[in-house]
Design a protein around this ligand. Structure first.
Ligand code: PLP
Length: 380
């Protein structure tokens, strides 16, 4: 139906470098739909690192980490990530999705509990579904609801709380200080997904756990390379025994081919850049604060976001697709978000910033979005 109406927004083809401006379906548009928060996907140093690793090791590993697929650069990346995050050890997977899918079910068994925020990412939901534990959910960021779920659990069972640190569609943060307080009160375990926190929050982009000074209190921290680290892959960091258990039990680690040399070398280089170029994170925050204020001043409903992910609420699926198409025609690419990525009454377009966006690009986009939102009566 959306195809017939010419507003189908998916699978548009990019045939240019991926930066703040891209060629998409033959048209030049400003990119406000990327997760490349550091703006590093076309960085010459990262490209060269990927090329050098490909020349040295080849294009693929043709095996899983357990058997023939471990390279010295996989180990180097794991060591550097563990140190960066502040945990004993880290384990790298071929995607962030398969970190959650493979790790979560290995942390709990029959008679235990997994407790999730109802806006957790799909990969967490899939990991939860693969476990034999009792599955509990609480209303998004409602700490009293979380406590009620904890009270339902057998005191001696494992109670694993799993949350996104930054919610990927709404841009708000998990209330980690309160989650840690409840963890201590109920003797629970906490697993935090830093997919959208890495690079953006904390010292040199260590993430939201670091931002709150809670790294030690969070038992497991996962992250992905597909956003701030300009590559693909993911990791989980935790204490030595937990990582050793996962290394020998997480199915998506053992039964999946290991990450490519190019992707691994790119993530290493990006991690170095994160630590040596704090100006990227600073610039991201400068333009984020600028955009947040501009959207609020223009009257957009942007919810509780505290990050470079800015949800522009539409609250109507048809209009969400229509406004995405109008914006595209005006030269602004944004992502439509509809169920199951959000609740039916909460449809939105997701406007995301990169450290490399300029104020002029943001001004241009906001001006066009005001026009499109007014045309559809979403903005008065
Ligand atoms: C919160 C969250 N966790 C995990 C993932 C999966 O990571 P990847 O796409 O790098 O496999 C995503 C991806 O969008 C995400 O947003």
């Amino acid at each position: 139906m959306y195809m017939e109406r010419g507003v189908y927004p998916y699978f548009r083809e990019i045939d240019s470098a991926q930066d703040t401006e891209v060629m998409m379906d033959g048209k030049k548009v400003l990119m406000f739909g990327s997760n490349s928060y550091m703006g590093l996907t076309h960085d010459e140093r990262i490209i060269n690192a990927a090329i050098a690793a490909t020349r040295k090791y080849g294009t693929g590993c043709a095996g899983s980490r357990l058997l023939n697929g471990t390279l010295d650069i996989h180990i180097k990346l794991e060591k550097e990530l563990a140190e960066f995050i502040g945990k004993d050890e880290a384990l790298c997977f071929s995607t962030g999705f398969t970190v959650n899918e493979g790790v979560i079910p290995q942390l709990v068994g029959r008679g235990d509990y997994i407790i999730c925020d109802d806006r957790d990412h799909a990969s967490i939901v899939d990991g939860r579904r693969l476990s034999f534990a009792t599955q509990l959910k609480y209303k998004h960021n409602d700490m009293e609801a979380l406590e009620r779920e904890l009270q339902k659990c057998e005191p001696d069972a494992i109670k694993l709380i799993v949350v996104d640190s930054v919610f990927s569609m709404e841009g708000d943060l998990a209330n980690l200080p309160e989650i840690v307080r409840l963890k201590k009160k109920y003797n629970a375990t906490v697993y935090v997904d830093e997919a959208h926190g890495l690079g953006v929050f904390g010292r040199n982009g260590r993430g939201v756990c670091d931002h709150f000074g809670l790294t030690e209190d969070i038992d497991l921290i996962m992250g992905t390379f597909s956003k701030s680290l300009a590559s693909i892959g993911g990791f989980v960091a935790a204490d030595k025994d937990t990582i050793n258990w996962l290394r020998h039990n997480a199915r998506s680690y053992i039964f999946q081919a290991s990450n490519t040399p190019a992707a691994t070398a790119a993530a290493i280089e990006a991690l170095h850049i994160l630590q040596t170029e704090p100006q990227r994170q600073e610039n991201l925050w400068k333009i984020t604060n600028y955009a947040l204020k501009s959207f609020r001043d223009a009257g957009f409903e942007i919810g509780d976001t505290e990050s470079p992910i800015i949800p522009l609420y539409v609250r109507d699926t048809d209009k969400t697709f229509e406004v995405t198409k109008l914006a595209f025609d005006e030269g602004v690419f944004i992502n439509p978000v509809i169920p199951p990525a959000c609740a039916p009454q909460d449809t939105l377009v997701r406007f995301a910033l990169m450290a490399t966006h300029t104020k002029e690009q943001i001004d241009f986009a906001i001006e066009k979005l005001i026009k499109c939102f007014k045309q559809l009566d979403i903005l008065k």
